[in-house]
Design a protein around this ligand. Structure first.
Ligand code: ATP
Length: 256
């Protein structure tokens, strides 16, 4: 018997003008899985990532979260259904503290009316207190407690990336979409990041989709890998299966 997938990508195509960036992509993500999305430059990874985070509308196909289409949701409502994301280039508020940046994450899961009401209504203010407690717990969890009151722009890049993760976690996502999290990190930082992603999955049961060029990271933490090339799905399977797939090897050698 097969459990129904948490997320189902069904025959998704994206056409920009005349360019077919994605051509009939289908795959499933199971709950608690770490899925690595790989492919040479221009393969369509970012385009697919942007469909999942609702920045792009597919020309064809559907994306289902727990059986319901997410395509009717505007991008700013996507956190509410449980999809969180980080950005390739850190996208934090540089002049705000770590604490305030992560608090922004909690609001993306809340109706904006409730947030503004929280300034007036005492019983909702209690909700804010609970939120603050949650934010501090997340900061401690990601070992950011000691920099909670530090302005983000003064922190090392690796730490800023962790703040972004904290902000995404604050919205209590079911699925975390990570856009090239290893970009700009040194070898040791990538290793720490890999452990952290696995820990988040293990401790919180969060499902992770990882778009990544750093093959070492993908191969060491992904349970399942989907390889794209020229907008099509080239292969999928365990990291070992995909790494040894002749079409994948050819695509990577051919692109370099
Ligand atoms: P990289 O690893 O270099 O980031 P990628 O796998 O993320 O590549 P995409 O950025 O998704 O690939 O690009 C897939 C194809 O779609 C490419 O041919 C690209 O030129 C094209 N493309 C992507 N975004 C747009 C856009 N906004 N308008 C037109 N064409 C686009």
């Amino acid at each position: 018997q097969t459990a129904s997938p948490l997320l189902a990508v069904r025959d998704v195509s994206v056409v920009f003008g005349g360019i077919v960036a994605l051509n009939g992509i289908s795959f499933d993500m199971k709950k608690g899985q770490i899925l690595g999305l790989i492919g040479p430059n221009g393969a369509g990874k970012t385009t697919l990532f942007n469909c999942l985070s609702r920045l792009y509308q597919p020309s064809k196909g559907d994306i289902l979260l727990e059986g319901d289409s997410i395509l009717t949701r505007p991008p700013h409502r996507i956190a509410e259904v449980g999809i969180g994301r980080t950005f390739q280039n850190v996208a934090l508020f540089p002049n705000l503290t770590v604490l305030d940046n992560v608090r922004v994450g909690t609001h993306s899961r809340t109706n904006s009316d409730i947030v503004s009401d929280s300034l007036r209504l005492p019983w909702i203010r209690n909700g804010e207190k609970a939120m603050n407690k949650r934010v501090h717990a997340i900061l401690d969890y990601l070992e950011l407690g000691s920099v909670a009151h530090t302005v983000v722009s003064g922190l090392p890049f690796g730490t800023q990336k962790r703040v972004e993760l904290a902000r995404a976690l604050a919205a209590e996502p079911k699925i975390l979409l990570l856009d090239e999290p290893a970009g700009g990190l040194n070898h040791e930082e990538v290793y720490i990041l890999g452990d952290l992603i696995r820990k988040i999955r293990d401790d919180r049961g969060i499902t992770v989709l990882l778009v990544e060029h750093h093959m070492g990271l993908v191969m060491s933490i992904a349970d399942h890998v989907v390889a794209l090339n020229f907008g099509r799905k080239l292969a999928e399977g365990t990291p070992t299966q995909v790494q040894n797939d002749p079409d994948v090897i050819k695509a990577y050698l051919g692109s370099k």
